[in-house]
Design a binder for this molecule. Structure first.
Ligand SMILES: [Zn+2]
Length: 188
């Protein structure tokens, strides 16, 4: 099962897609430490204080990267999410195209909803942050030249989020149905 945009990819990117799709999980070595940092982020988001959220989102991201022994990435927590046609942008991962010597990487996440200006629900915020961290792991840990949204990508994201929340782990076969992206989003 592949997302529909697979059929529009050239041979090189189909191989990349298949490589991404084949990795379903990235186990952590120190889940307890990461859970502690996750709970810390939850309480800072509940406080609504942007500086505290930024500090703890960065600390969690640093700890995840350290667990996987890859360089960390700068996280910027912004206030109101920009509204896009029909949907809200939740987060962004910016990275240089392959071949550029100086890799400039950055994650942007928003802590307030675009429409109502309320603090984003913690689970949504965590999932958004980890989604972007998974893009970072694609290019650093898995060394993919480009990070694609594949079922494998979403499986890795879900497994990591569940582990950070200390939730019961479902078997690796637990791929869940998701909305099918019609095009490969590049930067969200
Ligand atoms: Zn994405």
């Amino acid at each position: 099962m592949v997302f529909s945009y697979y059929h529009r990819l050239d041979a090189r990117r189909r191989r990349l897609y298949e490589a991404s799709d084949a990795v379903l999980d990235l186990p952590l070595t120190r889940p307890e430490e990461l859970r502690r940092r996750t709970r810390q982020l939850e309480s800072s988001l509940a406080s609504g204080r942007q500086a505290a959220v930024a500090r703890d989102a960065q600390a969690l991201t640093d700890a995840v990267c350290q667990d996987f022994r890859v360089p960390s990435v700068r996280v910027e927590v912004l206030e109101r999410r920009p509204a896009r046609a029909g949907s809200e942008l939740h987060g962004l991962y910016e990275y240089s195209p392959p071949g550029q010597a100086s890799a400039r990487r950055r994650i942007l996440v928003w802590m307030y909803t675009a429409r109502l200006g309320k603090v984003v629900a913690f689970r949504t915020f965590l999932r958004t942050l980890i989604h972007e961290v998974c893009h970072h792991l694609d290019v650093t840990l898995l060394r993919f030249p480009e990070s694609l949204h594949t079922e494998g990508f979403y499986a890795r994201e879900s497994a990591l989020v569940r582990r950070l929340l200390g939730e019961e782990e479902s078997p690796p076969a637990g791929r869940t149905a998701r909305a099918r992206p019609s095009a490969p989003p590049r930067k969200d």
